[in-house]
Design a protein around this ligand. Structure first.
Ligand SMILES: Nc1ncnc2c1ncn2[C@@H]1O[C@H](COP(=O)(O)OP(=O)(O)O)[C@@H](O)[C@H]1O
Ligand SMILES: [Mg+2]
Length: 487
């Protein structure tokens, strides 16, 4: 049964005006399998889903559902053949209850019958039971967290006789335990013989859940295969079209000390933290939420300074009691939430790049526009920021390119120590590898680099020293020769 094909696509093409969203995509989804569709932003994943669900009429290509070729698939045909899609916005009704969202549609389908609220409850309860979701059927949808709303959407798909359930980027807005719960539900649906297609581009999640994987790039089919046929290197190469260094970072030669903290303490947040960074080091700080990792980073930048302990930069003791102190000592900091703290989204790339070093561009009382533009152009080149000029607002950039602008802003201040909190959260895998390469390069130039992250593979690959925080204290300091650490 696991080998029977439910859906087959061949040579699917779809353009919007001049944009070739799909340039000939093949795909095969089997009954009872979990199939992951991966590809960078804008590569055509959502468009492909809309082709499968009949929302878009395709320009070219063939579609078979359960062995039968279907021409001009309409949304209602797709639904009748068992294709159910859960889009990123779920299409649910916030002012209806859980039970109504799951079962009302089926109840009112037959307009001759009276609506039975009892039956709605029964159907909804049965669906929740089948999916393994426990929710109060009388709760209003707007009161549920995202994960709850998603469960409701899955329940509704199941009572509509889903044979193929498609989920478009279902884990983006979920916490880790919620992702686990979702995956449990998905596995139980697979066991019932339902085919599942998940759009996802996080390799660690794909390994946890998928049987097979199909990769698209720029509207084209790149590869498909069993999950066991993909390691990180092949996945990254197929996704981006580039080879990336995935070797663990080892500094060329250990240099003199750049930065050191001794017994740093902020009561209630972190206690007795000591570590040192030498020239060439990329230091990682990790730990669970609440371990103090974020607070430590903020203390080093003077946001919420440490109360006691010592800090040395290039051999000299310094005081960091405010952000101004940090800036005066040429310490740069990329916050966890770059969208609200790191960038002025409506301002240009140029404005964002020079904002922290604006004093350098005053000649008397006048700003030297051409120098600002020149500096920005230099960073656009050096960091490969995908932008036509320094002038577009940062809002128009992808996550990875926006993050590179934050990095450009700090590099333009010529930092001696550069602290980055979650530098690649929400960044595409290609841009992620580029950012890592940039940070390694900066370390080699003698800038102290600290990466704060809960992405352990990121730290193991890029940091030659890792400080593990546990409940506010340094649990252990290790190098990247191990493959796992207890958080
Ligand atoms: N309705 C549309 N009109 C015009 N262009 C579109 C439309 N939908 C998608 N596109 C374009 O098609 C390409 C693929 O988009 P999409 O399928 O949403 O990518 P993904 O889901 O992989 O991020 C993008 O360049 C996008 O801008
Ligand atoms: Mg999409």
């Amino acid at each position: 049964m696991a080998n029977e094909v439910f859906l087959k696509l061949e040579g699917i093409k779809k353009s919007f005006g001049g944009v070739h969203a799909l340039r000939g995509v093949d795909l095969e989804i089997r009954k009872g399998e979990i199939h992951c569709l991966a590809g960078e932003n804008g590569c055509g994943k959502s468009t492909l889903i809309k082709a499968i669900s009949g929302v878009h009429d395709v320009d070219e290509g063939k579609i078979w559902i359960e062995g039968e070729q279907v021409e001009h698939l309409h949304p209602i045909d797709a639904i009748n053949r068992g294709v159910q899609v859960i889009y990123q916005d779920f299409a649910i009704f916030p002012n209806l209850t859980v039970a109504e969202n799951i079962a009302l549609n089926g109840e009112v389908k037959d307009r001759t019958k009276l609506v039975s609220w009892k039956r709605i409850h029964q159907v909804a309860e049965a669906a929740m039971e089948q999916v393994g979701a426990r929710m109060d059927p009388d709760m209003l949808l707007e009161q549920l967290p995202v994960a709850g709303k998603q469960m409701v959407a899955i329940c509704r798909a199941i009572i509509n006789d889903a044979k193929l359930l498609i989920l478009d980027e279902p884990t983006t807005a979920l916490t880790e335990p919620e992702v686990e719960r979702l995956f449990q539900v998905i596995r139980s649906l697979k066991d019932k013989g339902i085919a599942i297609m998940i759009v996802n581009h996080k390799l660690d999640e794909i390994y946890k859940i998928a049987d097979r994987l199909t990769i698209l790039r720029n509207g084209s089919f790149v590869s498909t295969g069993l999950i066991s046929e993909y390691d990180t290197q092949r996945f990254t190469r197929d996704l981006t079209g580039h080879e990336f260094e995935s070797k663990k970072y080892v500094p060329e030669n250990a240099g003199e000390e750049i930065f050191r903290v001794e017994h740093l303490t902020l009561p209630g947040k972190f206690e007795d933290v000591s570590f040192a960074i030498n020239k060439g080091d990329v230091l990682g700080i990790t730990g669970l939420l609440g371990s103090g990792r974020g607070e430590l980073g903020e203390a080093l930048f003077g946001v919420t300074p440490a109360q006691s302990g010592k800090i040395f930069l290039n051999g000299e003791e310094i005081r960091i009691k405010s952000i101004d102190d940090a800036l005066n000592n040429r310490i740069g900091y990329v916050p966890e939430d770059r969208l609200t703290q790191g960038l002025f989204m409506d301002r240009s790339i140029e404005d964002n790049t020079v904002v922290s070093s604006i004093r350098n561009y005053f000649h008397g009382l006048k700003l030297n526009e051409s120098e600002m533009e020149e500096a920005t152009n230099r960073w656009i080149g050096e960091l490969s920021i995908a932008a036509p000029s320094p002038k577009p607002p940062v809002r128009t950039l992808s996550g990875g390119n926006a993050q590179k602008v934050v990095i450009a802003k700090w590099l333009n201040t010529e930092p001696r120590l550069f602290i980055l909190n979650g530098p690649t959260v929400g960044v595409d895998i290609g841009a992620k590898a580029e950012i890592h390469a940039i940070l390694r390069g900066l370390a080699a130039q003698g800038i102290g680099i600290i990466i704060i992250s809960d992405d352990l593979p990121e730290l193991f690959t890029n940091c030659n020293k890792i400080v593990v925080m546990r409940q506010g204290k340094v649990g252990v300091i290790t190098d990247n020769s191990v493959d796992n650490i207890e958080l």
